[in-house]
Unconditional design. Structure first.
Length: 250
């Protein structure tokens, strides 16, 4: 998950209609840019580019047995989610001490993205990371469950990550062929923005600080999170600049 900073609310008080926050959320934490052009919007959880159906997602659920109706219009309770992540997370209970979230933790450091399209906790013993992946159905073990829909969703995301990994590897080859070529660098960033999956690009270009910095700057809210140093190496624990509840766990 790509760490982001929402920053302070663009309005005074809560939103009467929480869907009105979507444009500001996309601009601040869900937008991909290249050459000054907005090219894609992303789910805050799976990192996929979503052209339609990207929803304002309530971190703490608005309904259900664990619902927090008083937070329905609260800016600090919003992220962006695709249909799959939103429906899987649904109205599950959220305890901030037990889960990582991209608006308050360095979620990039919490997980390893793999060439086969899977992702896993960076620390195998990190139960918080494991539970976070399960929260939105991103954990690879979902494909081993009896939840057929969940299995298919997990496999679809895994396949997409694997495809983007292959694209990123091709782009890395192009970069290595001529690492001083600014046109090649710009094209790589454009590919990354259009394809999405920020963390995959960061993993493939792990030893190329210049390109990682370009990726950090191309995806809105990432630089502002304070989770990356000037050489694009991750900073942990996250600085949690907005002082969000139980942030900075990683």
């Amino acid at each position: 998950m790509r760490p982001v900073r929402r920053n302070s609310s663009p309005i005074a008080g809560d939103y009467n209609d929480y869907t009105d926050a979507r444009t500001d959320l996309v601009s601040r934490i869900g937008s991909g840019w290249s050459d000054g052009n907005h090219l894609a919007s992303y789910c805050s959880y799976c990192e996929r580019p979503i052209s339609t159906g990207l929803a304002v997602e309530h971190i703490e659920p608005k309904k259900g047995p664990h619902g927090k109706p008083h937070l329905i219009g609260r800016w600090e309770n919003f992220l962006l989610a695709c249909t799959n992540c939103n429906s899987t997370k649904k109205d599950k209970k959220v305890i901030f001490t037990d889960l990582y979230f991209p608006d308050r933790d360095n979620t990039f450091s919490a997980f390893d993205y793999l060439k086969d399209g899977n992702l896993q906790p960076a620390d195998p013993g990190d139960q918080i990371a494991t539970d976070t992946l399960k929260l939105t159905g991103l954990h690879k073990e979902r494909r081993q469950t009896h939840d057929e829909q969940g299995r298919l969703i997990a496999e679809d995301r895994s396949s997409q990550r694997m495809e983007v990994w292959k694209l990123a590897e091709i782009c890395l080859q192009d970069f290595n062929t001529d690492p001083t070529n600014s046109t090649v660098k710009n094209l790589i960033v454009r590919n990354a923005v259009i394809a999405g999956f920020f963390s995959v690009w960061m993993a493939v270009f792990d030893h190329v600080s210049e390109m990682k910095n370009r990726f950090v700057d191309a995806f809105s809210g990432t630089r502002d999170s304070g989770c990356f140093a000037v050489d694009a190496s991750p900073i942990t624990p996250a600085p949690n600049p907005d002082g969000l509840q139980d942030g900075g766990k990683v």
